[in-house]
Structures are given as structure tokens and as C-alpha cells.
Design a protein around this ligand. Structure first.
Ligand SMILES: [Zn+2]
Length: 382
């Protein structure tokens, strides 16, 4: 299976310059490719992948207004062209029903103002040198903070600049599956607002204090930013602060979510979660809170680790009134405001903690779904 390994990189000012130029060219090619496909579709002409690439890369380099594309590595341009192709295909297949799962939106044009700038390179565009530096075509040898060893030779790398001006190299590497010894426990997980998650066996996962503090700093920085006058220098400064705070939250969250997902996968043979897009919570305005980014990352990591370590991961696809149903007798007791943390079932008299009851319902629904295995909803081990 393929995994991503990400490291911080430290380009020199000259390399940053060259990277900025590469990001710009990749953006232009991506946008040109997208436009070419859309125009062709609107005009009812078929346009092959090679035709698109010829027009927006090789052909464009010979034109006056795109001649500067030759300054950057051509592998970067070809990959940008392929990224556009994939974005367009996914959207098209999703519309026509060829692609299963959630609907994919129309591809968006890339902008200089996007929070994330990136280029992608395949084997012929990068290499790791004997001096442990990362060679990137036309950019040079980048210094990398190797926080852990790469398990194998990477097949591609994405160089990213985030909104806080930090650079990363994200490698795609093949890793062997490493099944863990079987265990009996199965677990349902309820993602919460007051706590990060509640497990059906009663375990409660709290957001760590450092993460809550980072999130509070971010909210304050965002408030300060909203009060600054548009176009002012103070606004630019405030925006930079927001970007930094964002980066800190993202880092803390990633570490925390890594630790938690590892523990859960190690201890459970099967893991069931509610799909956030259909869960009751995601339908409320609270879904726009700082939590949702963490939840998405958490379920992705659970899924990835389950595949790697030979565990079962099931996302419950249909809407489940998990916090309204009594996990003891199955009676649906009606909606309850979020302020109600504990309730007694009118039918059987069982007293429930709201989140624990929800987690137990998710466990039951997940098991049922897995046993029925009625296709489509059970994630196969990738
Ligand atoms: Zn009951």
C-alpha cells in the first residue's frame, strides 16, 4: 500500500524564489488545462489527454505569452496537467454516476492567493542525495529535517508551501502491510463537541490542553484580523498571525490524532464511525466549528491504519439517530438538545450518557452493516 511521509524542508532565499516560480507555472498550466477541457466539452469536441498536454505545455512554451514556462522543470508542468485531468475526470465521473461515493465538486481554478502552493514531481524530477539533501529539478538541493526514516524509495514528491510560509516535502512511498495479532474488541466511536470522542467501551478521548490553547489563540487572532481595516499594513500583519496560529493548530492536531488513532487501531479488531457528512452533528451550524477539520483527519488516519494493520474500518453511511435511540432497547426517543448530557429511556428505564449511548449505537449499526455486507458501504482494505 502507498502512504505519505511528510517532512519540513528549508529552502534558501534563492531556492524559495525558484520554488515560487515553479508554483506559479504549475498553477498556470493547471488552469490552462482545465479551461481547455471545459472549452472542448462546451464545444462538443473530443480532446485527448495528449492533445491537452501538447497545447498547455509543449505548445504553450513556444508562444510569447507562455515562453517563461521553460524556466521551470517540465516534469512539474506535466504533473500539473495530470492533476487537472484527474480533478476534471473525478468531477465528470461523479456527475455521470460512474464514480461512486460522495459527489465531487467542479474543479476550482488555482490562485496565487490560495493557502497552499504546491508542485508535484515524479522520479525523474527529484532524488535524495548522499548528503541527505533533496534534489529538486531546477531548484537545487534542499535541506530536509528527516524526522523519521523513509521506509522505501519514494515514487513521487510534492513540495508544499503553506500559508505561514513554511515548506514541506510530502513523499509517496510503498509500505508493506503489517497485520497486528487479532484481538476480540470492536469499538464504535462518537465524535463529540464537549470531548473529542467517546468510545463504546466507555473510554473518553479529551482534546489535550495544548490543542485547546492553540485553538483559542487562533480564534483570537481571527477576531483581531476581522477588526483591521482592509488593505492596511496592520491587516497584513494580523493575517500573518492568523496563518501562524493556524499552522500551530494543524501541527498539534496532527500529532494528537496520530497518537489516538494508533491506540484505537492497536486495541480493536474493528472500528466503526459515523460518516460526518451524514451525522446529525454535521447538519448543525456547529459543524463549522474548529472541530470538523480534526474529525476528518481522525477518520482518515483510522481508515489508513486499519488497512495497514489488518483491521476492519467501517464508516456508517446512512443517517442514524444515534443520540436519540436507546442503545438498550432500540426505541427512538426523539430529538434532544445538545445541552442534555444524560437521559432516561421512557420505554425501558435505562439511564444513558448521551455520547456513550451514541457510540454504542454506532457500534451496533457498524456490526450490522459489516455482517450484511450489502456492498458499497464497507471499506475494503486498500
Ligand atoms: Zn430503552
Amino acid at each position: 500500500m502507498q502512504l505519505r511521509y511528510q517532512y519540513r524542508v528549508y529552502p534558501t532565499p534563492g531556492q524559495q524564489d525558484m520554488l515560487a516560480r515553479s508554483f506559479g507555472c504549475a498553477r498556470v498550466v493547471f488552469n490552462d488545462a482545465l479551461r481547455a477541457r471545459q472549452d472542448a466539452y462546451a464545444a462538443g469536441v473530443t480532446f485527448s489527454d495528449t492533445d491537452v498536454q501538447k497545447r498547455v505545455v509543449t505548445g504553450a512554451k513556444k508562444t510569447l505569452e507562455r515562453v517563461w514556462l521553460s524556466e521551470v522543470a517540465s516534469v512539474v508542468l506535466v504533473q500539473a496537467c495530470q492533476d487537472a485531468r484527474r480533478a476534471y475526470r473525478n468531477w465528470f465521473d461523479s456527475m455521470s454516476g460512474k464514480r461512486k461515493g460522495r459527489k465531487v465538486g467542479a474543479p476550482r481554478y488555482k490562485s496565487r492567493k490560495d493557502n497552499r502552493q504546491a508542485i508535484r514531481l515524479t522520479r525523474n524530477g527529484f532524488g535524495i542525495r548522499g548528503n541527505r539533501k533533496l534534489y529538486v529539478a531546477k531548484v537545487g538541493e534542499l535541506k530536509v529535517a528527516w524526522s523519521r526514516d523513509l521506509p522505501s524509495v519514494p515514487s513521487s514528491v510534492t513540495i508544499i508551501e503553506d500559508s505561514a510560509g513554511r515548506y514541506f516535502a510530502s513523499f509517496v512511498v510503498a509500505v508493506d502491510q503489517a497485520p497486528l495479532p487479532d484481538v476480540d474488541a470492536e469499538v464504535g466511536i462518537d465524535l463529540g463537541l464537549t470531548t473529542f470522542a467517546v468510545l463504546s467501551d466507555g473510554r473518553v478521548v479529551e482534546s489535550p490542553r495544548f490543542l485547546r490553547r492553540a485553538e483559542r489563540t487562533l480564534r483570537k487572532a481571527q477576531q483581531t484580523l476581522s477588526r483591521k481595516e482592509k488593505g492596511s499594513r496592520n491587516r497584513a500583519k494580523a493575517r500573518w498571525k492568523v496563518a501562524r496560529a493556524h499552522a500551530r493548530v494543524a501541527d498539534s492536531r496532527r500529532n494528537f490524532v496520530h497518537q489516538q488513532s494508533t491506540v484505537i487501531i492497536r486495541d480493536s479488531q474493528a472500528v466503526y464511525v459515523e460518516d460526518l457528512a451524514v451525522s446529525g452533528l454535521a447538519r448543525t451550524r456547529l459543524a463549522k466549528s474548529v472541530h470538523d477539520a480534526g474529525w476528518g483527519m481522525f477518520t482518515r488516519m483510522l481508515e489508513e491504519k486499519a488497512a495497514r494493520y489488518g483491521r476492519t474500518f467501517v464508516k456508517i453511511d446512512r443517517w442514524l439517530p444515534s443520540s436519540q435511540t436507546c442503545s438498550a432497547c432500540g426505541v427512538v426517543d426523539g430529538p434532544k438538545p445538545l445541552s442534555i448530557r444524560e437521559w432516561t429511556c421512557a420505554a425501558c428505564g435505562a439511564v444513558h450518557d448521551r455520547d456513550l449511548n451514541a457510540a454504542k449505537n454506532i457500534l451496533a449499526a457498524g456490526r450490522a452493516e459489516r455482517l450484511n455486507a450489502c456492498g458499497g458501504t464497507v471499506s475494503p482494505a486498500a
